[in-house]
Design a protein around this ligand. Structure first.
Ligand code: NAP
Ligand code: MG
Length: 418
């Protein structure tokens, strides 16, 4: 009799961790949430529903940047979202379709709207930092790279706003209010010319964003150009960085125990290859375009790369570095199984939540975001991953389980430890 009573009581008092209503973490300031397109829009919803909303009373100001809504609002929605990022200080963005002729037809668009990222970048006046995520089991192609290399690309001017011309003989000159300069005397020859520009203002913003991000991440900052050859153009970049460093950042860097280092781009390339990583590599527009793809590939997968837009005023926008993964979305639409990697999208969310938590002194939010990041890494390191990683992953004694898109997110949720 006694025994039975005891048994019943035990059953009644055992708490099933699955069903316990945990108190949700409260947010103070909303995040600017920018939804997007195709497969990443699908992942976006699952990441929120499965990984975040069960734990956080999520406060966001929502902007739908899907191609359909950008078209319906004459793209005003993109401008509004970028301004909201400046207002609140932290945004998180889903990958979006950049319209081209084929997309104009596919969605019957009113016009070929500009790239949302370019619009947001122009409004936030920011620099893009690309940060790879390292997991045990996926070895970078450069084996010495044991820490991340962040590539900071200046996103204004140079060849991207260049003027080009074909020439059939004769002299070509540059004219400005400071006088004229001969470019080249073609004589009887035909050929090509190119003129590029940048502004002190844009270079200064770029430099400021790089210094701020280095302080933020507590890592060294490297900057490289070809100033020995480009004695006025590239030299100006070098001088602006150095002046800003000397006047505003020198002490802060010393206090943080980090260094600023300038070197010629050829020397930088050689040093990067031999390095252990663990620094930001700031690069001019073209150099950054090229080098970021090399660095990303060498670290393993574009799906493991986040992208952070830092404005000189101290606003942050987080996103995955990859696109909307159209090929997978076509399968998803057709009801087929997909195995799309959501890691970069998850880290965009956790990066934004962490930053929001730091700015609001909301430690619970910071700890939660860190727990989700740890759970994501742990899930992969213990063998559960999406198809793209399976071919890159090798770890003694760990058996690989390829998960579909949703299963992978669910496996991460099961690993969250708070
Ligand atoms: P993508 O979406 O990055 O995908 C290219 C290929 O890379 C995919 O087909 C897939 O390879 C692989 N891949 C990328 N992300 C992956 C992930 N998370 N998991 C697994 N595999 C992944 O580039 P895209 O196909 O050239 O562009 C698609 C659309 O995205 C375009 O409309 C473009 O405008 C847009 N886009 C947006 C952004 C942005 O918003 N920041 C950036 C780039 C492109 P497999 O097919 O071999 O599996
Ligand atoms: Mg490129």
């Amino acid at each position: 009799m006694d025994e039975t009573v005891e048994k019943v009581e035990t059953v009644e008092t055992v708490e099933n961790p699955e069903t316990v209503e945990r108190e949700k973490i409260q947010m103070i300031t909303p995040l600017v949430e920018m939804d997007g397109d195709e497969m990443t829009r699908v992942l976006w919803k699952w990441v929120k529903e499965i990984l975040i909303e069960p734990y956080v009373d999520l406060k966001t100001e929502y902007y739908d940047l899907s191609i359909q809504n950008r078209d319906a609002t004459d793209d005003k929605i993109t401008e509004k979202a970028a301004n909201a990022c400046l207002k609140y200080g932290v945004g998180v963005k889903c990958a979006t379709i950049t319209a081209n002729a084929q997309r104009v037809q596919e969605f019957k668009l009113k016009k070929m709207w500009p790239s949302p990222n370019a619009t947001i970048r122009a409004i936030m006046d920011g620099t893009v930092f690309r940060a790879p995520l390292l997991v045990e089991g996926i070895t970078p192609l450069v084996p010495t790279w044991i820490r991340p290399i962040y590539v900071a690309r200046h996103a204004y001017g140079d060849v991207y706003k260049g003027v080009e011309m074909t020439v059939a003989g004769g002299e070509v000159k540059l004219t400005s209010n400071r006088g004229n300069k001969e470019v080249f005397d073609f004589g009887e020859k035909t050929g090509i010319v190119q003129a590029i520009h940048n502004t002190d203002e844009s270079i200064t913003s770029f430099a400021r964003s790089c210094f701020n991000y280095a302080l933020e991440e507590k890592v060294d900052l490297w900057f490289s150009t070809k100033d020995t050859i480009s004695k006025i153009y590239d030299h100006r970049f070098k001088d602006i960085f150095q002046n800003l460093y000397d006047t505003e950042y020198h002490e802060k860097f010393e206090q943080a125990g980090i260094t600023y280092f300038y070197t010629l781009i050829d020397d930088a390339v050689a040093r990067v290859m031999r390095s252990n990583g663990g620094f930001i590599w700031a690069l001019k527009n073209y150099d950054g375009d090229v080098m970021s793809d090399m660095v990303a590939t060498a670290f393993g997968s574009l799906a493991m790369m986040t992208s952070i837009l830092v404005s000189p005023s101290g606003a942050f926008e987080y996103e995955a570095a990859h696109g909307t993964v159209t090929r997978h979305f076509r399968k998803y639409e057709a009801g087929e199984e997909t195995s799309t990697n959501s890691v970069a999208t998850i880290f965009a969310w956790t990066g934004a939540l962490k930053k929001r938590g730091e700015l609001d002194s909301n430690q619970a939010l910071v700890d939660f975001a860190t727990a989700v990041e740890n759970a994501t890494i742990e899930t992969i390191e213990s063998g559960t991953m999406t198809k793209d990683l399976a071919s890159l992953f090798h770890k003694e004694g760990v058996e690989i389980k390829v998960a579909n898109s949703k299963e992978f997110i669910e496996a991460i949720a099961a690993n969250i430890k708070l």
